[in-house]
Design a protein around this ligand. Sequence first.
Ligand SMILES: *Cc1c(COP(=O)(O)O)cnc(C)c1O
Length: 432
Amino acid sequence: MLHQPNLTVNAAGHLALGGVDTVALAEKYGTPLYVLDEDMIRSRMGLYKTAMTACLPAGSRPLYASKAMCCKALCRAAMEEGMGLDTVSAGELYTALAAGFPPSGICCHGNAKTDEELRYAIQSRVGCIVADGEQELARIDRLCGQMGLRQSVLLRVTPGIDPHTFAAVNTGVVDVKFGVPVPTGQALAVTGAALKMPHIDLEGFHCHIGSQIFDAGPFRLEVDVMLSFLDSVRRAYGYTAGVLNLGGGFAVPYEPGESAPDCGGMIRQVGEHLAALCRQYDYPAPAVMMEPGRGIVAAAGITLYTVQNVKTVPGGSTYAAVDGGMGDNPRYALYRARHSAVLASRAGEPEDCAVTIAGRCCESGDLIGENVPLHMPQAGDILAVLVTGAYTYSMASNYNRVPRPPVVALRGGQDRLIVRRETLQDVAALDL
Ligand SMILES: *Cc1c(COP(=O)(O)O)cnc(C)c1O
């Protein structure tokens, strides 16, 4: 079922994305093929930008979490739409800089940054590095001293909130690989250490509570914990934070039953709650950063495959084997993430069976989905898997030495290639 407003069935009975015939795209570029509705991506970027500018303190800004889908064209779109950018590796930082993204708008994450990556970020004059703990703060400070440069940093803390139970939980949720726990008192102690380091400027704090957050509740709880923490930092050290980064995690509906969250409304509620707490604590309102990734790109993307074989196991499942799979979309294999799908070449036909979409790799776990409602596929059909804009291309691999698919962006009804298809030569290019 088509639950995205940018998906329609055209007069030929084909699936159209942003008005463009997907079967024609499959013919032009081949399959598998990632297709992104760039108009939708830009309008999502604009929505976060507008809501955060209107509802949050001065200087507040969304940063696109580029790990969701990182390539030069998307970095340029984020730049043109006035967003900042998150990177989590030298590779993502290199991509952003190569796209012309201003370094001052880049925020560098990661829980295991190497000295080489830190030097690259500092030397590039990135706006901010999010330090994962005391050892990394000390390393950034030492590298800055050696390089004769200063660096703005945020300290990543774990507030201890489970976004799916809407509860502040002190254990379990802080026992994670990211950040320094607030509830144990460690975040307060590490802040004291950071404030003594001579070559870094602690601008404030970062936290990220999870993904697929459908309403403002968990973010409000995050603001509760963080304002109370900021207040205790001020009481302990007389330090006032200028920046509060609340992370990403805006949800996206993957299946027809789920409805899209009202992100603008969520941001407005966060702003109202923050303003009330700043009054309560008499705390100067910090600039707020938020880091949507999935919320910007997921629903704008589809993946097109060609069905190669169809078989039904008597008393078992119907399998449609496609020319891609976990190599271009590992989400089902990794997390049992569910995607809906439609036969792009016969999109007007009823969903009259449940089909297991099998990938081409030599792994029985290489599936895109099990018992996905579909019209009965035939070999040669073009199959579209929906809501694949986030965490697919960025997680793709060359398992079984399958070349990675290209990415096509649609803007104003025009298609253009933004990442070319890997060739067989590319696949063996690093072998000596
Ligand atoms: C993954 C991540 C994001 C983006 O999460 P989404 O669910 O894609 O919005 C933002 N910030 C940090 C620190 C992350 O690790």
